[in-house]
Write a new protein. Structure first.
Length: 104
């Protein structure tokens, strides 16, 4: 049975976020090692989005930054955050005229 792309994307986000939540601080290679079957670019994008949204902080060397959860971690709801990312993604598709046929 084929899974829906949104379901797959949610599961990918969820697996990355779950690994990140288990650590107080980390370097990207640590996460790459923990998620060997996931694309490094996708892991990096999730980490960058969490930094941009203020949930993670980035410190240390530019060549090997260390990431840590900010104080916002206490209020972080992974499911809600991932769903918000899905909503933003769908909105962008519609704005680019790439939504489902007959809708835009």
């Amino acid at each position: 049975m084929k899974t829906h792309p949104d379901t797959e994307r949610f599961a990918r986000y969820q697996s990355v976020v779950n690994v990140l939540l288990a650590k107080d601080s980390f370097h990207k290679p640590d996460i790459y090692e923990a998620l060997k079957d996931e694309e490094k670019a996708f892991i990096g994008r999730v980490i960058s989005e969490l930094v941009r949204d203020g949930y993670l902080t980035k410190a240390g060397l530019k060549t090997r930054p260390q990431y840590s959860w900010s104080a916002k971690k206490e209020g972080f709801n992974a499911g809600r955050w991932i769903d918000w990312k899905r909503t933003i993604s769908i909105t962008c598709l519609f704005l680019r005229g790439r939504g489902p046929r007959g809708v835009n």
